[in-house]
Design a protein around this ligand. Structure first.
Ligand SMILES: O=CCCCC(=O)O
Length: 490
């Protein structure tokens, strides 16, 4: 892809806030720069919203709320389906845009367009399946009606690592349910959301149903929205500490919340595993998105009898990964999002090595422009190392040996997080035991990627509340109403 098409694409992406169906500058006139993490250079300058803009965005969402809630579910679904279709036509634009602002390779960005698009298609189909029930009370004197209603104006805060898929995973079920939304993308990757808002506008989403705030002052901009009694729902994907802070604010306004927070996924390989498959799964679970995913395998817990062979095979695969700008042909590892991410990976590796781990590959930043960290393998990681407790969010394979099943379970569960676990075994009964014993909301059983529009995605413990996607996803935006009416024969 030449620089010309990159600049042509960037010129097509809106650079303003999207409020009430109109593109507007920030009320303060302030702007913020968006950087390409592979060069560190600014690629776009966009509006930097103020708390006043936030209030306007919520006003617009509230004003559009009643009409959208009473729009026929079929019509809501058809708008989402039209968005899915248009996304396929614009898929190369979206893929390139994500690579430019987030750094992932073009192949990964194409994968994200497919993944993210599926939420539009899935929820276009779910919009027409909002049901209730009619029953009789045990006494026979009354009839019970249970119905579902849009929860109301919703505030959706999305992360930088999956700029399209995390927006569609929240926006599509909200819209399908009949809720209007204010979306705040991460300041590091706002362009994809702005381009997505344009796409929804292009397929005829009514004004005010979706509003977008881009800002460098998340706390200040979120505050007036979260404290406004007209807001009824908060959905957040991001770190656990930020999520906890948002939950406290949401509590003051008794908001419905969905929280998709941090992870510390164990990837457990038993001695009876199909090692070829386990290595393929490990590469996917670790290096998808350069490890910048809450679902990324963080701790490779491998039976002692195969730990060396597993490490050797992973190291061979890692040696073949080409590092570079995501737009370049053949690149398998793009940059990390920023310098803080590089420093964190470096610190965690150093700490593990200082506590006795062996560095087998990588281990340091790649010198030059951009925020690159070499794909890394460390073995014999000892308990107490920071890398076993913290989310790495980088391309580091950290291997811990175990001796028996109880030991594996103890190590896997030894974390405050509970998002996803991965288990490789050929023993069906052991696999079933792991489903019951591992404390996570999701599991890949002989599978290294679990993300899917049909999945009820979410965690337990410090990894969050609620589920996104699947049949459950739309219910995060619906509230249940129960009505009692006397028996018609009374
Ligand atoms: O980092 C968390 C976002 C979700 C990633 C995924 O769907 O795998």
């Amino acid at each position: 892809m030449s620089d010309t098409s990159e600049s042509e694409l960037l010129a097509r992406v809106p650079s303003s806030l999207f409020i009430g169906g109109a593109w507007r500058a920030s009320s303060s006139g302030a702007t913020l720069g968006v950087e390409d993490p592979s060069t560190g250079r600014t690629i776009a300058t966009i509006a930097d919203a103020t708390p006043g803009d936030a209030a306007s965005a919520l006003d617009a969402a509230v004003a559009a709320s009643a009409d959208w809630a009473s729009t026929a579910p079929r019509q809501r679904g058809e708008i989402l389906r039209a968005a899915f279709d248009l996304l396929q036509k614009r898929r190369d634009d979206f893929a390139l845009l994500m690579t430019l602002e987030m750094g992932k390779t073009l192949a990964e960005s194409q994968g994200e367009v497919t993944y993210g698009g599926e939420f539009l298609r899935w929820f276009s189909e779910e919009a027409v399946r909002i049901t209730g029930r009619y029953g009789i009370n045990p006494e026979g004197t009354g009839r019970t009606i249970v119905s579902q209603h849009p929860v109301g104006p919703s505030y959706l805060i999305t992360p930088w690592n999956f700029p399209l898929a995390m927006a569609t995973r929240k926006v599509a079920p909200a819209l399908a349910a009949g809720c209007t939304v204010v979306v705040k993308p991460a300041a590091l990757t706002p362009l994809t959301t702005l381009y997505f808002a344009k796409l929804l506008d292009d397929v005829g989403l009514p004004a005010g149903v979706l509003n977008v705030l881009t800002t460098s002052s998340s706390k200040e901009v979120s505050a007036p929205i979260l404290s406004d009694p007209r807001l009824r729902k908060l959905s957040f994907t991001g770190s656990t500490p930020v999520g906890v802070g948002l939950l406290k604010l949401a509590a003051d306004n008794v908001l419905r919340t969905s929280m998709e927070l941090g992870g510390n996924a164990p990837f457990v390989v038993f001695a009876d595993a199909d090692l070829d498959r386990a290595v393929d799964g490990a590469m996917a679970a670790k290096f998808r998105n350069v490890g910048e995913a809450c679902t990324a395998a963080n701790r490779f817990i491998v039976h002692r009898s195969i730990a060396d062979e597993f490490a050797t095979r992973i190291t061979e695969r890692v040696a073949r990964l080409r590092i570079g700008r995501g737009t370049e042909e053949g690149v398998g590892i793009g940059p990390l999002i920023d310098e803080d991410a590089v420093e964190k990976a470096s610190r965690l590796v150093k700490d593990a090595v200082a506590r006795g781990a062996r560095l087998v590959a990588g281990g340091e930043r790649v010198e030059g422009e951009g925020h690159f960290f070499a794909p890394t393998v460390i073995t014999g990681v000892t308990e107490g190392s920071d890398i076993l407790r913290e989310e790495i969010f980088g391309p580091v394979v950290s291997i811990v040996p175990f001796d028996d099943e109880d030991d594996a379970v103890r190590l896997a569960n030894d974390t405050e997080y509970g998002l996803v676990s991965y288990v490789y075994t050929r023993d069906l009964a052991r696999g079933q035991r792991m489903i019951e014993r591992l404390q996570t909301g999701m599991m890949g059983l002989n599978a290294g990627v679990i993300s899917n529009a049909a999945a009820p995605f979410g965690g337990i413990k410090q990894s969050g509340l609620g589920r996104e996607g699947g049949f459950e996803g739309i219910h995060e935006y619906l509230s249940t109403k129960y009505t009692m009416t006397p028996s018609p024969f009374a």
